[in-house]
Design a protein. Structure first.
Length: 359
């Protein structure tokens, strides 16, 4: 009986340990640990973040399942940053590639095999580590047949066909007599797919004012996700789309989302300015409504979180110039010396001279 209990306990321990270990026996943080980390950087994307984490985690733990991912979202929605933060926690090597720079093998431009060589380099030329890595290919929507005008199509759909070998499992020479097996790679495709909403709406039989037509079925109402058939209609080959295991759509960011990014994200450029100015002896005083004013201004260009940088740079331009022009005036010579307070008016978003300095 004692031996039986010991065997059961040993079996349970083995199963639990397996859950959190990769094939090469290195520890894999839990999904909740990764999720908590990413949420300190990314805001307004709770559900997509969960989907991306789950898809990558599944590709690590269940090697037999299709782990190729397509993430759809406009500029500044956090596609690339979400993935980078996840992979940093997982300590996985990766390479980020721009699909528009690649052509089919034998033509001028980068060939697809170069992506795998870049991954190998980023893994410190550790072939075993590289073979469990991630290839991130951005701007994949630019490779659709509807966005490529070149008749010979050396940079469009033919590139996608070249990628099929890597997706399905190929051995690519990455160094002298060193071959990387792509079978266990996680491949993530990114793209804005501008205009795909109209293709989806057509499938859902929506009329111009947004009401459901009589032809709409109950199943199509439920299936309002972007489906593979939408991507085929967008101009991507069926053979390529058939290899995608998961399609994830990022949310469009709202004013509230952008304000939260400014206020709480570890990537907040506003917080970076706040931190650097404090080092120079200046602390900021402002109404919390300022975050919403900046967010509202940034939302006008419809480039998501990216426009926040431009807006915040403008807000701090005059302040930074004044502090850098006379650093000794603001520098604290001892910990007991008071900070200079920079009082920022709400309309500094429109006129960056609307602030005042005071001891």
């Amino acid at each position: 009986m004692s031996n039986e209990r010991t065997n059961i306990a040993s079996s349970r321990h083995s199963k639990n340990t397996h859950k959190n270990r990769r094939k090469n026996n290195t520890f894999v943080p839990s999904i909740k640990t990764i999720e908590k980390h990413v949420y300190s950087y990314i805001f307004g994307q709770d559900e997509p973040v969960k989907q991306i984490i789950t898809s990558i985690y599944r590709g690590i733990v269940f090697k037999s399942l299709n782990s190729n991912i397509l993430i759809i979202g406009g500029s500044g929605t956090g596609k690339t940053e979400t993935i980078k933060q996840i992979l940093n926690v997982l300590n996985l090597p990766y390479t980020i590639e721009d699909a528009t720079k690649y052509t089919m093998e034998g033509y001028q431009g980068k060939s697809v095999s170069g992506m795998i060589k870049n991954l190998y380099k980023n893994a410190g030329k550790d072939i075993e580590k590289a073979q469990s890595g991630v290839v991130i290919i951005d701007e994949i929507d630019k490779k659709s047949s509807k966005t490529v005008s070149n008749r010979r199509d050396i940079s469009g759909v033919e590139v996608l066909n070249s990628l099929l070998k890597i997706i399905e499992g190929d051995k690519v020479e990455v160094d002298m007599d060193v071959f990387l097996d792509t079978s266990n790679l996680i491949i993530i495709f990114l793209g804005a797919f501008s205009g795909i909403d109209k293709i989806r709406e057509k499938r859902l039989n929506l009329n111009q004012v947004g009401f459901l037509s009589d032809k709409t079925t109950a199943s199509s109402i439920l299936d309002d996700r972007i489906l593979k058939q939408d991507l085929v209609n967008y101009g991507l080959p069926e053979e390529f789309i058939g290899r995608i295991g998961t399609i994830i759509e990022m949310n469009k960011l709202t004013v509230d989302d952008l304000a939260l990014i400014l206020k709480k994200s570890k990537l907040s450029i506003f917080r970076q300015y706040q931190k650097e100015l404090k080092k120079m002896g200046v602390v900021l005083s402002f109404n919390g409504e300022l975050f919403y004013q900046i967010a509202q201004k940034s939302l006008l260009l419809d480039t998501g979180a990216r426009e926040l940088t431009n807006t915040v740079n403008y807000v701090f331009d005059k302040i930074i110039y004044e502090v850098l022009s006379n650093p000794s005036k603001y520098r604290r010579n001892s910990s007991k010396e008071p900070y200079t307070v920079c009082y920022m008016d709400l309309d500094i978003v429109e006129d960056n001279t609307r602030y005042r300095m005071s001891k």
